[in-house]
Design a protein around this ligand. Structure first.
Ligand code: SF4
Length: 169
């Protein structure tokens, strides 16, 4: 059994994970440098963005373009029970790690669900479904299951599988 999660970002239910986890470089899309793992100085006390609604005008077009495909709120709510790294700094590293793995999982789910539309031979379809079962299990993700997923052969299997679909596109 698989469970396809909500793949649309819901910032109201996320602990601003993209605003702490990701690095950006000053340039066309970002008005300043920010290293990975440090909170953006534009975050307000409620983990909202001080530039919300006028990010492009402030030089943060990259933030407008970024889409986590639902990974952020899922890590915050499903894996960490609605906690935030600001309330509980001890979970900062684990949340960032979980967000990194969940982003890869949600990207994988997107690719595997889109490829359902292809006219695949049975053996390919079996592998697509087997991979989807690994990427979109029925059970909730936990820190432990995300860490186990990251160490498993699922990402390698997906990376090997996707290029083989080109002939059916
Ligand atoms: S500028 Fe706003 S949206 Fe962009 S990373 Fe900083 S706090 Fe987040």
């Amino acid at each position: 059994m698989t469970r396809i999660p909500d793949m649309t970002s819901d910032c109201a239910n996320c602990a601003a994970l993209c605003c702490i986890a990701l690095a950006f470089d000053e340039g066309e899309d970002f008005a300043m440098d920010k290293p990975a793992g440090l909170p953006c100085p534009n975050l307000d006390s409620e983990l909202g963005c001080q530039h919300y609604g006028h990010l492009e005008a402030e030089g943060f077009r990259g933030c407008v373009l970024y889409e986590c495909h639902g990974a952020g709120q899922r890590v915050t709510q499903e894996v960490f029970g609605g906690q935030t790294w600001r309330e509980n700094p001890a979970i900062t590293g684990p949340m960032i790690e979980a967000f990194s793995t969940m982003r890869r999982i949600h990207d994988g789910i997107e690719l595997l669900t889109v490829s359902e539309r292809l006219d695949l031979p049975d053996s390919y379809e079996a592998e697509r479904e087997a991979l989807l079962a690994l990427y979109a299990p029925e059970a909730d993700w936990t820190e432990e299951s995300l860490a186990a997923f990251a160490q498993s052969d699922a990402p390698r299997r997906l990376a090997a599988f996707l290029p083989r679909l080109r002939e059916f596109v």
